[in-house]
Structures are given as C-alpha cells and as structure tokens.
Design a protein around this ligand. Structure first.
Ligand SMILES: *Cc1c(COP(=O)(O)O)cnc(C)c1O
Length: 383
C-alpha cells in the first residue's frame, strides 16, 4: 500500500494483514496473548499495543489522518486520558476549550487536581481566547471541533500557530468530524484523538479509542500507556478494522443527510435555531469550508416553545432517542438530559444548551423517511 493512495482505498486496504496460510481475502484475527520472544526485536503482548491486529488497524487509521503512527485503545476516554497523562506531570498546566465532550470535562475536573495538574477553560473559541489563558507552566492546548452540541468551529491553523510560537503541544478530539471530514495534522496539530465508538465503529456496537501522531509523540504515549493499560481486545480490533473499510461511504452519506435535514429544519417555523456548519448562515461556515472536507453528520436544533421536547423524542418511530452518536441509524437526544446533564445550569446556559435543544446524529436511511418521522412526531408533541 502506498501511503498517498486515495482515502477510500486506504479505508479498505491500509494496514491489512495478509492471510499467508490460506490466502483469504481479509485480515486474519490473531487473538494470542503470548508470542515468542527468542530472536525477536520486540516483545509482543496485547497490553503493549503491538499484536498484529492492533498494529494493522493503527496503521490504517494513521494513514487516514496522515499521521506517522497510532495506537488503539479500549475506549475514547482511555485514549483521551492516556494522551493527556502521557504528556503531563505535576505542576503543568493545560488550556482546554470551553465546550468539551462531557466525559473529557469530568475527567479533567476530577482527576487533574489529584495529580497536581492545573487547567483552564477558555471563555470563547478564538485563538485570542486561548492565548489569554497561557501561563508560564502551560504545556499544551486541547481542542475539539466541531464542538458538542452547538457545532462551533475552531480555527485549526490559528491554534497550531499560537501553540508553535509558545512552544506548546496541541491535541484535538476529532471524533465529531471523523477522518473523512477533517485531518488536523495537515494544519499542524500534533496529536489526534478519536472515540472510535462513534464514526470509526459506525454501527453502535464497538467501544474503542485511537491516538495518532508523530513517532516521537506515540513513543511518549506508549511509555505511559503500557503502565496505565487500556488496550482493546483483538477480536474487537478486528471488528473495528471491518468497520473502517466502509467509513468513507458511510460518512459521505451521513454528511449528505445532515445537510438536507439542516436545510429543511432551517426553513420550518417549529424550529427556532439550527446549528450546522454546512449552513451558509452558520457563523463559522467559511472557516469550516476552509478546514473541513465535509460538514459532518451531526447537527443540533431548538424546538419552538409549544413543542414538548421529551414528547417529541418519544414520539419518533424511526429515529431512535438513544445516547451516543454516529451509527448508520439516525438518533436524537436532549443534551440537557443526557450528554450535558452533569454540567451546572450556568455552564449549560453559557454553552447555549436549553431544554428545547435536540442533538441529531444522521444515519444512512432515506432522508424522506427521516423527515416524515420528524413531522409525525411533531404532530403529537404540541404542549
Ligand atoms: C464519545 C466521545 C468520547 C468518549 O468516547 P468513549 O468511547 O465513550 O469513551 C470522547 N470525545 C467525544 C467527542 C465523544 O463523542
């Protein structure tokens, strides 16, 4: 496999293992937890993230992000925590963007103080908002764009320029965009993290995470991760490899459906606001166009007051009112009741999250069926 092959070819073939024994068409699974060590350069062991399937899949996803190397973890949060802890020690400080994934925010707030690591949340998403938070002991900047659930966009180039000047590392949680829509390494971001539970898995049946970066970055991650643990079972690694083969066509379709839905909702009187970077009216539309290949499958919208948000979700028949996102099936949730329930009311208001907000994850069903389902739920949900 040439590294410069087309993205969709990389999805199918990068990192694949050859079945030299039987000549089968797909990667075999190597679930062994013990490997020979005599005359080997490295010790192979699942917790060292170096079984054949782990290495193959890490190569595949690294190729999709244009990274030198990668490691596969047991969950997105395992990837987030390992990425951060491997780069930090007591006395260090990190600047985080304000509206982060809820789990990441909780991790920082609960765990960092125990280890004497300091942090600040920005008060906005411009590079100046980040710059003002940089202190003498700041070591890095951590961002997430598009943000959850209001789909704000952060300028990747501006953040990486700021960080390079201040000699800081940069990390991004690229879960919402997926490698199909955004490749932050091209803009100078050092480390890319994915919750593979979302688009990389794509079928709502795998929990996994990924860290990607330069060889040097991944050596640092490995040094800590082999102590912390958190590797993924090779059976699930294999299943995730299968999922990634269809990543491009799934996400392309999800992008299309999200765009159609955003445009439809934007014109409806029962929706007061639509958050989607693909809409020309989105404040960061031009920036999104510059740094993303597609606008993604996620959108949020606010229902007009006469509509009961909970009733609306429960009256959906095709769209599932479930937690999580990015599956081939369309799903919807109330951020206030689920993903952002642990935030204080003040934090929610600050991020624009109201009880009338719905976060929508577009699947690959026919748009006409999704639209009918929403209109049907609407009829039964007036207060
Ligand atoms: C889901 C998610 C995570 C955490 O991933 P898990 O696999 O649930 O641990 C991190 N970041 C974002 C943006 C997510 O959506």
């Amino acid at each position: 496999m040439k590294d410069k092959a087309d993205f969709r070819t990389l999805c199918v073939h990068a990192g694949e293992l050859n079945d030299t024994q039987y000549g089968g068409a797909i990667s075999p699974i190597y679930p062994s937890t013990s490997y020979g060590f005599i005359d080997q350069d490295i010790n192979q062991y699942p917790r060292y993230f170096n079984t054949p399937n782990q290495i193959g899949l890490a190569k595949k996803i690294a190729a999709l992000e244009g990274a030198e190397a990668g490691m596969i973890f047991g969950s997105g949060m395992s990837a987030v925590s390992n990425a951060l802890f491997s780069h930090l020690e007591a006395g260090d400080h990190v600047v985080f963007q304000d509206d982060l994934y809820g789990g990441t925010r909780n991790f920082i707030k609960q765990e960092f103080p125990k280890y004497g690591i300091e942090f600040s949340f920005t008060k906005g998403l411009t590079s100046d908002n980040f710059k003002i938070e940089i202190k003498k002991n700041t070591k890095g900047i951590f961002i997430e764009t598009p943000s959850n659930p209001t789909l704000k966009i952060i300028d990747l180039k501006a953040i990486s320029n700021l960080a390079k000047k201040a000699k800081l590392w940069t990390m991004i949680d690229n879960t919402f965009a997926s490698p199909v829509n955004q490749n932050p390494i091209n803009f100078g971001i050092d480390t890319v993290i994915h919750s593979a539970t979302k688009y990389l898995g794509g079928h709502s049946d795998i929990t996994a995470g990924v860290i990607l970066g330069s060889n040097k970055c991944m050596e640092l991650v490995f040094k800590s991760a082999k102590n912390f643990g958190g590797s993924l079972s090779d059976h699930t690694v294999w299943l995730l490899e299968r999922s990634v083969k269809t990543l491009f066509i799934r996400v392309k379709e999800q992008n299309k459906n999200a765009q159609k839905l955003a445009e439809f909702l934007d014109a409806e009187e029962w929706v007061t606001k639509v958050y989607y970077p693909g809409l020309a009216s989105h404040p960061d539309h031009a920036l999104a166009k510059r740094q993303m290949h597609g606008f993604g499958g996620m959108l949020s919208f606010n229902l007009a007051i006469p509509i009961d948000c909970k009733k609306f979700l429960l009256n959906l028949k095709l769209v599932k009112p479930v937690m999580s996102l990015a599956g081939v099936e369309s799903t919807a949730l109330s951020p206030r009741l689920t993903s952002h329930a642990l935030l204080t009311e003040a934090e929610r208001i600050n991020q624009g999250i109201t009880s009338q907000m719905i976060r929508f994850s577009s699947g690959i069903e026919a748009f006409s069926d999704v639209k009918s389902d929403l209109l049907n739920a609407l009829k039964m949900s007036r207060k």
